[in-house]
Design a binder for this molecule. Structure first.
Ligand code: G3H
Length: 256
């Protein structure tokens, strides 16, 4: 029975790779919409991948916020390969609660892996003026350079409306997302079904185009409810790894 399950999962991974047009997919059993342990299993799988994909030295890992990446942090354990690693948040404040913030998760990862970290202290909901002035600060530029030099990025993918509500976005933004049919969110960017950017939270850190320069990018997102979001976001990222669950995988493959 177990062998059969493994075989079925491998088959589903191949199907999902083709369907999404990406190079690497890892599926854990279950549906994280239903059971919290499924998200932890995705976290565990991601930790294995992080260790496999680390370079011999000078690793800089940029992480986003969210419960999925928090689950990755939870699963990290000290490892000789991770000890020299520097963890940084991918982007500044997006309006998340503390436990879901990239800064918090980044610090937790460094503590658990016995690595080091740098934080990005940028408030949420920056005005254009505040953004311009912060980004010219030498200390902000220092950390920004580090973030852009990341060798690996670990990020979540959210359902657009759920994320906008969770981040207390204004009714104007909520309306805009609805009008423009946003389905996915990642790095504070919102995307429609075709993977086009329709809205972006103004904050300092990795911009989508910076991802082109980063050798290893791993997304962690599961649950049948994220099927559309995962599919939409992956239209932008042919060259990346996805850690997901059976719930999301089945829902994506069932769509026509
Ligand atoms: O950017 C995506 C969201 O952070 C995903 O959050 O992992 O809690 O669903 P989540």
């Amino acid at each position: 029975v177990v062998m059969k399950d493994v075989f079925q999962t491998r088959t589903m991974e191949e199907e999902l790779k083709t369907r999404l047009g990406i190079k690497d997919v890892h599926i854990v059993p279950g549906d994280s919409d239903e059971y919290a342990w499924v998200q932890k299993e995705m976290g565990r799988t991601c930790v294995t991948l992080i260790k496999q994909r680390m370079a011999a030295e000078n690793n800089v890992i940029a992480v986003t916020g969210g419960t999925s990446i928090a689950a990755v942090a939870e699963m990290l354990v000290p490892d000789s390969g991770l000890k020299e690693t520097l963890f940084v948040p991918a982007r500044g404040g997006l309006g998340e609660q503390v436990e879901n913030q990239a800064n918090t998760i980044c610090a937790t990862m460094a503590r658990k892996a016995m690595g080091s970290y740098r934080l990005l202290h940028v408030p949420d909901q920056l005005s254009k003026e505040a953004y311009e002035s912060l980004i010219s600060e030498p200390s902000v530029q220092d950390i920004l350079r580090l973030i852009q030099s990341a060798t690996m990025v670990i990020h979540g993918i959210g359902e657009a409306e759920a994320m906008a509500i969770r981040r207390n976005s204004s009714s104007r933004v909520l309306g805009e997302l609805k009008d423009k049919k946003a389905v996915a969110e990642a790095f504070g960017y919102y995307f429609n079904q075709s993977g086009e950017i329709i809205h972006k939270v103004l904050t300092i850190g990795l911009q989508l185009e910076d991802l082109e320069e980063i050798p290893c990018i791993i997304a962690v997102a599961g649950g049948a409810s994220k099927a559309e979001a995962i599919e939409a976001y992956m239209k932008r990222r042919p060259n990346q790894t996805l850690v997901t669950d059976e719930g999301a995988a089945r829902a994506i493959l069932a769509k026509n």
